[in-house]
Every structure is written in C-alpha cells, then in structure tokens.
Design a protein around this ligand. Sequence first.
Ligand SMILES: [Zn+2]
Length: 139
Amino acid sequence: MIGSMLKGKCPRCRKANIFCEPNPYVFNKMFLMPEHCDSCGLKFNKEPGFFYGSMYVGYGLSVAYLVAFYVAMVVLLQDFEVETYLLLSIISLLVLTPVIFKLSRSIWLSMFEKYDPKAIENWKEKTKGKEIDNPCIEA
Ligand SMILES: [Zn+2]
C-alpha cells in the first residue's frame, strides 16, 4: 500500500498512474489527472474540490519534513545558527513542494479507497473490453 502511494498508483488496483504526468517537476501538467483509472475505472476526483482535503495531508508532510530536517541538523551539526536552519529548510522545502503535492494527493485518495485485487477483472467485465474515453482533466 505504501509503495503504491509513493509511486502515485491507483489505490484500488495499484496498477495505473493517478497523474497524467508522473514527474512532479513538469509544472504545466501538475494538476492533470485522468478522469478515471485506466485499469479499474475508479473515478479519482470524487466530487468538485475533493482534492482540497489533500492540503491537510500536505501540511502534515511539510511539518514532519521540517521537524526531521531540524533533528538531522542537530544530530549532524550540533552547533548552528537558527538562521542557517531557516534558510536551508525553506529552500529545501520549496524544492520538495511538487513532490509533497503529488504525494499528498496520492495519500488522500488512498484514505478513501481500499485495495481490491478483483477491481481490474470487474472493470474489464463491465466495459466488455471497450476503450472508454479517459481525458486528462485538471483536478
Ligand atoms: Zn485502478
């Protein structure tokens, strides 16, 4: 489960990507997600504004990162100025923001969907092998 979250895979089938562009540093495609999962048909954007909730997850991840960064500096450097910590932590957090953004959406979606090993089979049965239009939409 954690592996599929980190890789940005669908939480129900753990096969297809939940983002149209998996690379978090392609900024113009950052918000694009398929309408539904290619493999199991799970609708990603369950309702308008569904992913606003992922901001809570992103906030938690950011705070956890800053605490871990502080602990790492205390352990590794022992003696440092607080300004050094602020500067380094803010710069590294800015660099990591796109990664945290995608990870928090992935975690948020996983909080509402359980893994279903038969999901792909069920979707194939339901669509009878037909290609379903699946545009990338801004979510
Ligand atoms: Zn799926």
